[in-house]
Design a protein around this ligand. Structure first.
Ligand code: V47
Length: 351
């Protein structure tokens, strides 16, 4: 069966098909990706009203692409107190957030309790607020640093009030590329194992892929297929989030950046390969809001959220430090002829 016959008949695509998809023209890819998006979501585009908090940038690891962690390129270390974090949450709750997204660097100086008590204190003050926190990279760091198993850390997360896990730290699973990007950090099979354990507790998470740096198209497809294989077993991933590499203030030497065409192809191909992950998020922070809006025509059905403040990607050049207003989001989605729908973290629609 040819690739086009598979696309016409919704037949699952294999690794070779995924690589070959890049040779199709963008409009053809967009047509097939849109067909699936429309079957699943019609013209709806989801967004949520959320707040990102990055409580510390002190990090034991050195990832070549990272501009956020304190280093010789970024000498401004910080670690927020729990009171500062709670004050931030308080203001954001007044602004109507439904989710707080908490991701930190791997700080060996705070102690395990500092990480976990953040969630407990937030939950005590705001039981209705959804806490999405701790990437698999942080879980691996905490388990290694404090001599715990992944399962023990995960059980503590649940006990302290974490509701779901963000998709960060996945980067690119291919071991050769990963070693060059972030050799000291959570390994690919560990990242997948941690999400599997989390899903086995009946919990949901997201999955990211950092692309547009030193990886090839084949590495992206390999990344997607590894996620698809796990999702066949657990069904625990809510969303796939391709993150476009930002080049400022880091250590990675990259000379070829992806064109808009290549970025949109990658969105469309994600929709086609990942037939078992329902939501494809165009995270406007790394794609730019304009390209995220166009990505709606290439399979994306979610634009993430209002964020309010963002430190990780903006440190590397993304225009996201101050988030986005809800009414602005709604207008932009409407103007692109899609239907904005506010969602909660678990993709329940909010009336
Ligand atoms: O894991 C770091 C990435 C991620 C750069 O789960 C960079 O809903 C681009 O995971 N260029 C953190 N990206 C962000 C993240 C996320 C964001 C929004 C929603 C969700 C979710 C997850 O940012 C890191 C890393 O892959 N990152 N540096 C950079 N220079």
């Amino acid at each position: 069966m040819t690739l086009l016959e598979k696309l016409e008949n919704n037949i699952r695509l294999n690794f070779e098909d995924g690589v070959a998809l890049y040779d199709l023209d963008l409009i053809t890819l967009g047509r097939y990706a849109s067909k699936i998006r429309e079957q699943k979501f019609g013209r709806k585009t989801y967004y949520n009203v959320n707040r990102h908090i990055n409580p510390t940038n002190v990090c034991k690891d050195v990832c070549q692409f990272c501009a956020y962690s304190a280093s010789r390129k970024n000498p401004n270390q910080y670690t927020m107190t729990h009171d500062e974090i709670l004050n931030t949450v308080k203001q954001s709750v007044q602004n109507g957030i439904k989710e707080v997204h908490i991701v930190s660097a791997h700080n060996p100086n705070t102690g395990l309790e500092w990480y976990l008590e953040i969630f407990q204190k937030i939950k005590l003050a705001y039981p209705e607020l959804h806490v999405k926190a701790l990437t698999a990279a942080e879980i691996n760091f905490l388990a290694t640093e404090y001599n715990k198993s992944y399962n023990e850390i995960i059980e503590m997360m649940i006990a302290y009030g974490v509701d779901s896990m963000p998709g960060g730290g996945a980067e690119i699973f291919d071991e050769t590329i990963r070693k060059k990007l972030c050799g000291g950090k959570v390994k690919s099979d560990e990242w997948l194992q941690i999400h599997k354990l989390w899903h086995e507790k009946g919990k949901k998470s997201n999955a990211t892929m950092l692309f547009g740096h030193i990886e090839s198209r084949a590495h992206r497809i390999d990344h997607m297929i590894r996620l698809r294989n796990l999702q066949d077993i657990t069904h625990g991933f809510n969303a796939f989030i391709p993150l476009v590499y930002q080049k400022e203030n880091n250590f990675l030497k990259v000379t070829n950046f992806p064109t808009a065409n290549e970025i949109l192809k990658t969105f469309a191909i994600s929709r086609l390969i990942l037939d078992n992950i329902p939501n494809l998020k165009a995270y406007w922070v790394t794609s730019s809001i304009k390209l995220a809006l166009v990505a709606q025509e290439f399979g994306a059905n979610d634009l993430d959220g209002t964020i309010e403040k963002e430190s990780i990607n903006s440190a590397a050049g993304a225009q996201s430090a101050n988030g986005m207003k809800q009414n602005e989001f709604i207008e932009l989605i409407k103007n692109s002829e899609f239907e904005p729908v506010e969602r909660d973290t678990l993709y329940n629609e909010i009336a």
